[in-house]
Design a protein around this ligand. Structure first.
Ligand code: FAD
Length: 441
């Protein structure tokens, strides 16, 4: 500890944020022999997938017009490893139908344990209950971050910093170029909740195997809402049976402000309002389910997310930007470092819009993770450089794992060769991912 009470921590790589991307980046870089410190504001990893209770691993399988066929997996590497770990620990269900593709429901408690074990096995230093509050800059170069813990300040220095905060916090604190959604408009947050006491057999017999609820459920929601019986602002909803008996995971709320505006969790008042409104809506949907849906007569809310689920906030302006056209056209790149078969799933306006990419996937180039300006920094996860609708596809969990996997390898190349992130060739990162089970081809 220095005179001012600050503790100094030095590493090759400092990662801010322990969501899917941060965990994958930390484990990958540490397995390559780098010293890695991971800083996370909660007391567990998982971010949107765990604190936000997102519920499923999306983005592993291609979509098809004929979803009765077997799912075709196209994302491997760390995403696949993490899924196998979850599966071995009893925390991952078999693929279930989601429209024209499949998702896998995970248990958020097991997710935490799996992440702890993988980080520990790789030798990552974890600092929980720690918030990055500032950056150390040497000109345009970031060489660490100021962290606040209950012990006091931690001065974390590293050869490379990875912003896996989801919100591009490090980018913003360094004053580097960034942007927010579609001219400031972001996708709405959703408060996910779980209900126990559900008769799953009767529920599935009535509403079918597709986790996107059928039109008859949407029509009932609309009519009850319009009659003033319940306040249910979203009619197209997704309900998933989980790995636990008699439980449904409910992705159905649409958290908007009183003026109908999509709340932006970057603003502290919007974030606060979103939590309160999200819990209120969870209670209202639960009441509707109990009164109206077969199998839910005795259901009760088990829990809501630790925080409201945040889909989109601030993103880095990268040397490249994934475009909406790249997604719908299934673009491939020589320096593509990750794949995504996930549709554009845009939660904006009254009804989520899903635009499918059939029997194909697109790739995300390395430059989407390299800041346009500023050295010593890479990003990983949903704060990548991507247009508004593109990020509505590129943000899901399997892809965030894949970005972390690739950026962990990029970090290794940077540190070992004493290069700047912008100096390395994305094709080398692709090769490293391929050599580590990524199957990018
Ligand atoms: C409502 C909702 C439903 C979803 N449903 C699905 C789904 O069914 N399937 C799917 O695959 N995906 C789903 N997603 C998307 C997916 O969960 C996320 O996009 C993905 O988890 C993002 O991962 P990430 O690592 O980029 O960021 P995050 O998960 O946001 O992780 C960022 C981490 O950084 C930490 N952090 C942030 N700032 C700081 C700081 N300053 N200091 C220290 N720590 C910090 C946070 O606590 C967090 O743990 C959903 C998302 C939402 C919001």
């Amino acid at each position: 500890m220095d005179k001012r009470g600050s503790t100094r921590v030095d590493s090759d790589v400092l990662i801010i944020g322990g969501g899917a991307a941060g965990v994958a980046a930390a484990v990958t870089a540490a397995r390559q022999g780098l010293s890695v410190t991971l800083v996370e504001r909660y007391g567990f990893c998982g971010g949107g997938a765990v604190a936000g209770l997102s519920g499923t691993v999306c983005g592993l399988y291609e979509a098809t017009e004929n979803p009765s066929s077997r799912p075709k997996q196209v994302v491997f590497g760390f995403a696949d490893q993490f899924c196998r770990r979850l599966e071995a620990m009893g925390g991952l269900a078999d693929p279930v139908l989601y429209g024209k593709t499949w998702v896998r429901v995970h248990d958020p408690q097991v997710w935490r344990d799996a992440a702890d074990a993988m980080l520990r096995d790789a030798g990552v230093r974890i600092i929980f209950h720690a918030v990055a509050t500032g950056v150390h800059m040497d000109g345009d170069r970031i060489d660490g971050a100021g962290i606040w813990t209950k012990q006091g300040p931690v001065d974390a220095r590293a050869k490379l910093v990875i912003d896996a905060s989801g919100d591009a916090d490090v980018v913003a604190m360094a004053g580097l170029p960034n942007f927010i959604g579609d001219n400031g408009r972001v996708q709405n947050p959703t408060m996910i909740f779980r209900m126990m006491g559900v008769d799953i057999e009767r529920f599935v017999a009535e509403y079918g195997a597709d986790t996107i609820m059928p039109e008859k459920v949407s029509a009932l929601i609309r009519s009850k809402h319009n009659a003033g019986d319940y306040q249910l602002p979203r009619a197209k909803i997704w309900l998933f049976a989980t790995t636990r008996p008699n439980e449904l995971l409910c992705n159905c709320t649409r958290v908007i402000g009183p003026d109908g505006r999509e709340l932006n969790p970057l603003f502290h008042q919007d974030f606060t309002d979103a939590e309160i409104e999200g819990r209120r809506q969870a209670r209202e949907y639960a009441r509707f389910f109990r009164d109206n849906l077969i199998g839910c007569e005795n259901a009760f809310i088990n829990d809501t997310g630790v925080q409201v689920g945040v889909r989109q906030t601030r993103q880095v302006s990268g040397v490249k930007r994934l475009t909406n056209a790249d997604v719908v056209q299934g673009a491939k790149f020589a320096d593509g470092i990750a794949r995504s078969p996930w549709p554009i799933e845009l939660h904006s306006g009254e009804k989520p819009r899903v635009e499918w990419l059939l029997n194909d996937h697109y790739e995300i180039p390395y430059g989407c993770f390299v800041p346009e300006r500023g050295e010593g920094l890479l990003v990983a996860g949903r704060c990548l450089s991507a247009e508004h609708e593109a990020v509505a596809s590129a943000r899901v969990t399997a892809q965030c794992f894949a970005y972390g996997h690739a950026i962990g390898h990029a970090a290794t190349i940077v540190v070992r060769n004493k290069l700047a992130p912008r100096e390395i060739d994305g094709r080398d990162v692709r090769s490293a991912v391929n050599a580590d089970g990524g199957q990018l081809g």
